[in-house]
Design a protein around this ligand. Structure first.
Ligand SMILES: NC(=O)c1ccc[n+]([C@@H]2O[C@H](COP(=O)([O-])OP(=O)(O)OC[C@H]3O[C@@H](n4cnc5c(N)ncnc54)[C@H](OP(=O)(O)O)[C@@H]3O)[C@@H](O)[C@H]2O)c1
Length: 303
């Protein structure tokens, strides 16, 4: 059998190259000489434009495309329907058709927001989608187009992403903790926080196996290990960040989600079961607590 490590680096084009998952994914890929990473930001590859996609595919001729481009503002999506659907549905359709025409495998990121969150024990890949809002519905329709137009795809649904950059719950919590004495966090929403770098690790591990001939196209779930609540996650963030700086917050209050006046209801359970990923690719969940410590180290080293 040919040792795959002796082959040319695998060329991976990443859409939404300025995003938080893209950043950490590309960083990881660049540290591994099996990969040549090609991150393209929205002005270099606009997923809403077929011409833009065709141009990038012709220019770079990637072996794989990873789509991290998305409209992720769950509340704003209710008012910015056109923008939301143009990225999360039409952008995925465009990529599916263009990558499909060239038989370039497409790895696409999706979300726990496809589910209504009523299964406290968590969701498997085949559970029915029933999104609570426009954002989840747009991601659901994007997935459907991908299945329809391009058989060589991986849909990786992830949840509760945190990283040292971008717009995420961890960074918002740190901001609040520097300015408020009291923080409220929902204790009726459970899920599994997942670092952007960990998502990057999983995607690259999948690609290595696909490149070695694994015909394992389809939909998978991934999230960090250990189910928690927003309240418990906030508690862990404050405890760990408090080792690096004196935070203003002295009181953390558990509250029901409805007390937070969020416009769109979030799934009560965002727990994604990851057994299919383990049994197909042998990829295990990493504990989010150790990932949190690594991300905080990055944040405080940047300061
Ligand atoms: N964040 C989470 O908690 C979470 C949870 C579950 C699933 N996911 C999914 O994981 C994926 C990555 O999420 P993320 O948090 O890394 O997203 P992100 O940080 O919001 O990045 C999305 C990127 O898409 C880019 N973009 C916007 N319009 C574009 C266009 N027309 N063409 C190409 N790119 C465009 C944005 O560029 P600009 O910055 O220039 O606008 C941004 O860099 C998404 O599919 C998301 O739905 C995220």
């Amino acid at each position: 059998m040919t040792e795959w490590t002796t082959l040319l680096p695998i060329k991976i084009l990443v859409t939404g190259g300025n995003g938080q998952v893209a950043h950490d994914l590309v960083l990881l890929g660049k540290q591994d000489n099996h990969f040549k990473m090609i991150p393209l930001n929205a002005s270099e590859l606009d997923v809403r434009s077929v011409v833009s996609i065709q141009h990038a595919l012709d220019l770079y001729m990637p072996d794989y495309v990873i789509n991290t481009a998305a409209f992720n503002k769950v509340d704003a999506a209710e008012h910015e329907l056109e923008r939301c659907f143009s990225l999360n549905r039409d952008g995925v359709r465009n990529l599916a058709i263009e990558c499909g025409a060239l038989s370039i495998p497409l790895i696409h990121l999706s979300t726990d927001h496809l589910f209504d969150g009523h299964y406290a024990s968590g969701y498997v890949e085949d559970d029915d989608a029933s999104p609570l809002g426009v954002f989840g519905e747009s991601k659901r329709q994007g997935e459907e187009f991908l299945r329809q137009y391009h058989p060589k795809h991986i849909i990786l649904r992830v949840s509760w992403i945190f990283s040292a950059r971008g717009d995420n719950y961890l960074l918002r919590t740190l901001e609040k903790a520097r300015s408020s004495t009291e923080i409220e966090a929902a204790d009726d929403r459970q899920g599994c926080p997942t670092s952007a770098a960990d998502v990057g690790r999983v995607i690259l591990a999948i690609i290595k196996q696909l490149h070695n001939g694994a015909e394992a196209w389809g939909t998978y779930h991934y999230c960090g290990a250990e189910v928690t609540t927003r309240y418990r996650f906030t508690e862990a963030v404050l405890a760990a960040a408090g080792q690096y700086e004196a935070l203003k917050t002295t009181s953390l209050l558990p509250v029901p989600s409805r007390a937070l006046h969020i416009e769109v209801e979030r799934p009560a359970s965002s727990v994604l079961k990851c057994k299919k990923l383990l049994s197909t690719f042998g990829i295990r969940q990493r504990p989010w607590r150790s990932e949190l410590m690594a991300v905080l180290r990055q944040i405080y080293q940047q300061k």
